[in-house]
Design a protein around this ligand. Structure first.
Ligand SMILES: NC(=O)c1ccc[n+]([C@@H]2O[C@H](COP(=O)([O-])OP(=O)(O)OC[C@H]3O[C@@H](n4cnc5c(N)ncnc54)[C@H](OP(=O)(O)O)[C@@H]3O)[C@@H](O)[C@H]2O)c1
Length: 420
């Protein structure tokens, strides 16, 4: 079976190494070997370093599209520019496409799938969410049949590494981020990770599959971890909780919601103990109950394993022609009710506390508990938990609070319930 690989980076080199290492196993599983017939590289030196000769290296799609023996194109370039064009060209030429590209799938899955179906080929993207964790196929093949109500999880290893170091070693956010950059867990420009965008793309893909309805990256409200402080982490620990950045997608009576937010997770919840760069997804279905899938969310070899499993799947199984969007649910930007943790830095003087409690009251939010700690400069920090409150009310209350002259900053985070 002949394939072409697009790109020569981290994942592509992992795939090349894995195909070489598992030659015999692949041939036994497939009945024939997998041969990388072409590799598309911007600079041929990288492809040569992977052991490819001049006849295999190409700098554009033409030789790949013109070769009728190539049945699978593996896109490992990333982004939505050239990668999208190349994927479209491959699908139009009747070649199966395997991709690890969450940016592309989270935005253009609908159009690309339509193109794949028109051309009777498969579009497979196991590696786009959760790196080496088998998530997409189990979800698509079995789990999504059993009435999924909620799917949520730790979908970004970089932020989980940062939050783990803050909780375990008492590091501040900036120091934990620098350490993540030093160890290669975070990019020099970490915004896509720390602002929750990477997790947002992944929850859009999971929501689409779980609810049989189109959810794109643009539908996901993303909030990252840059506002999380040592105070939040310590306070969460004191109350038996751990802060995690969660991607959450929920099916409601009249639609779906999807968002990414830091959340206080009870230590008894299995997600609380998912540490460092690991990822985990928790799914709740009517038939299946609770399922958790856990593993390495990135890295050359775990991701290559998912890519290779898709390559074999493309060869072995016929493309699916049923409509994956048959539910066609509206996406709502309003989450349901939740308990919230709120931290506010306030002026430490009489009547401030009653004024703040009054604002919460105005928006119909009742407070469950409150702790006050003195801070330098005649200030105090308030850490409080609300009773279950509507997201809309909480947001409005926070806006009103942060506009007050005696409130100098603060943040609000969702609390995951003990029994979800
Ligand atoms: N790394 C992971 O752990 C991981 C995990 C899951 C999913 N993914 C996904 O896998 C994909 C690849 O990620 P990666 O980490 O392997 O990225 P990478 O190391 O940056 O590699 C990207 C490769 O694509 C090449 N490339 C970029 N634009 C190109 C173009 N227009 N034409 C030809 N080649 C081009 C780059 O060429 P140059 O070498 O010339 O720059 C590089 O070789 C992304 O979609 C990513 O989101 C990665």
């Amino acid at each position: 079976m002949n394939i072409a690989i697009l790109g020569c980076g981290t994942v592509a080199s992992g795939v090349c190494r894995l195909i070489a290492k598992e030659r015999e196993g692949i041939a036994r599983a497939l009945g024939e070997p997998v041969v990388i017939r072409k590799i598309l590289a911007r600079t041929s030196a990288k492809a040569r370093a992977l052991g490819f000769g001049e006849e295999e290296i190409c700098s554009d799609m033409a030789p790949i599209l013109a070769d009728p023996t190539i049945s699978v194109v593996v896109e490992l370039i990333g982004g939505t520019g050239d990668a999208r064009t190349f994927v479209e060209q491959a699908l139009r030429s009747g070649k199966h496409v395997v991709t690890a590209n969450k940016d592309l799938i989270a935005l253009h899955y609908g159009e690309l799938l339509a193109l794949a179906r028109e051309n009777s080929v498969s579009l497979l993207f196991e590696a786009s969410v959760g790196g080496g964790i088998p998530l997409i196929e189990p979800l698509r093949q079995t789990l999504a049949l059993g009435g999924v109500r909620r799917i949520y999880g730790i979908l970004n290893g970089t932020t989980n590494f940062i939050l783990t170091r803050m909780a375990r070693d008492g590091m501040g956010y900036a120091d934990a981020l620098s350490l993540a950059q030093k160890l290669g867990y975070a990019e020099a420009d970490p915004r896509s990770d720390v602002d929750g965008l990477d997790a947002g793309r992944k929850i859009a893909i999971l929501a689409t599959l779980a609810f049989h309805s189109r959810v794109t990256f643009g539908d996901v409200a993303c909030e990252g971890i840059s506002a999380v402080t040592e105070t939040d982490v310590a306070f969460a620990a004191r109350t038996g909780r751990t802060i995690k950045l969660l991607g959450v997608a929920q099916r409601q009576e009249d639609g779906v919601t999807a968002y990414v937010r830091p959340a206080l997770v009870p230590n008894a919840h299995p997600l609380a103990s998912v540490s460092d760069a690991y990822n985990a997804v928790f799914l709740q279905g009517d038939a299946v109950g609770d399922v958790m899938l856990y593993g390495q969310g990135a890295g050359a070899m775990p991701t290559a394993n998912s890519v290779l499993s898709d390559i074999l799947r493309a060869a072995r199984t016929a493309p699916v022609h049923s409509d994956p969007f048959y539910e066609d649910l509206p996406v709502r930007d309003e989450g349901g009710e939740s308990v919230y943790y709120v931290r506010l830095l306030v002026q430490d003087r009489p009547k401030v506390l009653s004024g703040i409690a009054g604002v919460f009251g105005e928006y119909g939010i009742s407070l469950a508990s409150l702790v006050q700690e003195t801070r330098p400069g005649e200030r105090a920090e308030l850490m409080l938990f609300t009773h279950a409150a509507r997201e809309r009310d909480l947001r409005a209350a926070m806006e009103a609070l942060l506009a007050r002259g005696d409130v100098h900053g603060g943040c609000a985070m969702i609390c995951l319930e003990e029994k979800t």
